[in-house]
Design a protein around this ligand. Structure first.
Ligand SMILES: [Cu+2]
Length: 173
């Protein structure tokens, strides 16, 4: 078994797009929707990419989930269901007095038309509460995304090793 199965094959072009999106998306700068993006993806509904969950230590009560969403029309990610956890919450991170805190976003995450929205470590994220089994790298976890307007969509989250991304969150849960 290759616990560190390379993911790069699947994310090549998407990874490049993600880097572009991140470079143009600093937290202090409001996102300006790109007219080119909405034209290119018109009719595609909501495109989900880069869905992954961070591997958890044994007995972890929560696991962080991340993904990139691109909706042709304005929409909202309302909720996520999975048989692999007791529940899934949508969280935001905020900085207050030098501390990073997280809280649930009861209304979910806004998806502006034609704009890529990335849930990532240190930012908005999904919180898989009480995973049914330990979340191990190399596994995949099936979930269903529910939106305000678009039909629900099944998505497969790849579990990535703990060391793959900065562990900036979830230590306080
Ligand atoms: Cu959280």
């Amino acid at each position: 078994m290759s616990a560190r199965r390379p993911f790069s094959l699947a994310i090549g072009p998407i990874g490049a797009a993600l880097i572009l999106a991140l470079a143009g998306c600093q937290p202090a700068t409001p996102d300006a929707p790109s007219p080119a993006a909405s034209a290119a993806d018109a009719g595609a509904g909501i495109v989900v990419s880069e869905a992954w969950i961070r591997e958890t230590p044994p007995n972890a009560a929560v696991a962080g989930g991340y993904l990139t969403l691109h909706s042709a029309a304005a929409d909202r990610l309302l909720s996520v269901d999975t048989p692999a956890a007791a529940s899934v919450e949508i969280h935001e991170m905020s900085h207050a007095g030098g501390m990073m805190r997280m809280r649930e976003l009861p209304d979910g995450v806004e998806l502006p038309a034609g704009t890529e929205v990335t849930l990532k470590p240190g930012g908005n994220h999904l919180m898989f509460i009480d995973p049914v089994e330990p979340v191990r790298a190399g596994q995949s976890i099936e979930a269903t995304l529910r939106f305000a307007n678009a039909p629900e969509q099944a998505v497969t989250f790849e579990v990535r090793p703990l060391g793959d991304a900065p562990a900036a969150d979830h230590t306080g849960h």
